[in-house]
Design a protein around this ligand. Structure first.
Ligand code: KG4
Ligand code: ZN
Length: 339
């Protein structure tokens, strides 16, 4: 296997942990392409169907990789390493990306770099300026995770708070399902909330430490809707925008209050958001307000680097390449890969 020590290092990165097939090329820390193919087949099922997701990855991975290389204007023989998401995620989905990466690395005789999907969401902040220069706290909010991560350095990440049940994105998606919205409901709630008022109040959880809980909120929304629909069958339809606004405001307040506490406990006032829910407009605004309240800096990734994308896998792999941390050919995907 050839480990290149030349001055230009090109890495192809592959992300296939859930329902987006993505490939990106990074050259000396600069992202040259970031192709993302979404899967719309899950929309009518209220969530990702694992079997359909892996089949879609199989169908899309070759054209997505080809397009990433084409846009970057890099040929396969110019690649120095192949990076891939090892986990956490859906086994069948991860298998497609891992197997593809292994085959390509073997045929090109170049090293492979395994990347932890949750690390990559955080490291997306190193893709564009302004890049964090010192310790910061990152609120990672996705469909499967809700974490407050203390970032000591790109390769030294520590979870200081996490959800004890549902993730923030799951709270958006499940609330949306109760409102009759398609999966993923987060972006739709975001859009409709802009037209509504926060008329309704829902339970805020009581959880120890810097942890989160969203299952109580889910139950509170369900009981509230059931009660209202008994007396007014059109309640959801007639109050859709206000319901979306009220649900969104509650989720954002729960997240921001905990992050504020984390800042107070650690004395860190540089804050960031990452993961799919960081595309939420109210959360983006709230993080900016919290930073100004704390007189600190805030970091918000560009939209294309919020939801699942290979650009974040690519940037994460550059730090590992610098440390020559390569994966072996017998590596397997790990759906529950530890942080
Ligand atoms: O990080 P991600 O793309 O995939 C996972 O690793 O889970 O996150 C997907 C989650 C979904 O729950 C989706 O509803 C949510 O991110 N999401 C949003 C928005 N855009 C995506 N939630 C609220 N507002 C948005 N604008
Ligand atoms: Zn993700």
């Amino acid at each position: 296997m050839q480990v290149n020590n030349k001055s230009i290092i090109n890495i192809l990165a592959i992300e296939s942990s859930c329902d987006d097939t993505s490939a990106a090329v990074v050259s000396n820390g600069v992202i040259l392409s970031n192709i993302i193919a979404n899967q719309i087949v899950h929309q009518n099922y209220g969530g990702v169907v694992p079997e359909l997701a892996s089949r879609e990855h199989q169908a899309k991975i070759v054209p997505v990789v080809a397009e990433a290389l084409r846009q970057a204007n890099i040929s396969k023989k110019d690649l120095n390493a192949i990076a891939f998401t090892r986990g956490p995620g859906l086994l069948g989905s991860l298998l497609v990306g891992v197997t593809f990466a292994k085959s390509l690395a073997l045929s090109l005789d170049i090293p492979m770099i395994e990347v932890n999907h949750m690390h990559a969401h955080v490291l997306a902040h190193y893709i564009e300026e302004p890049r964090p220069q010192s310790d910061f706290l990152c609120l990672t909010v996705s469909g499967g995770h809700t974490q407050i991560v203390h970032v000591h350095s790109p390769l030294q990440l520590e979870i200081i708070g996490t959800t004890i049940d549902d993730a923030a994105g799951e709270a958006f998606d499940k609330a949306g399902k109760m409102l009759g919205l398609n999966y993923p409901a987060g972006p739709v709630i975001d859009k409709l909330a802009k037209l509504g008022e926060p008329k309704f109040t829902f339970t805020h959880p009581r959880v120890d430490g810097l942890n989160f809980s969203f299952s109580g909120l889910k139950t509170s929304i369900l009981y509230f809707l059931q009660k209202q629909m008994k007396t007014d069958p059109n309640f959801i339809k007639d109050n859709m925008n206000d319901l979306c606004r009220s649900i969104q405001d509650t989720i954002v307040a729960i997240l921001i209050n905990r992050l504020r506490e984390a800042c107070q406990q650690t004395g860190i006032n540089s804050i960031a958001i990452a993961g799919g829910v960081s595309a939420n407009s109210a959360l983006r605004l709230a993080i900016e307000e919290l930073a100004s309240e704390l007189d600190g800096q805030h970091f918000i990734p560009a939209f294309q680097y919020c939801t699942d994308n290979a650009g974040m896998i690519a940037i994460a792999s550059t730090f590992l390449y610098d440390e020559q941390q390569f994966a072996d050919q017998d590596i397997k995907p790990d759906p529950r890969l530890a942080f």
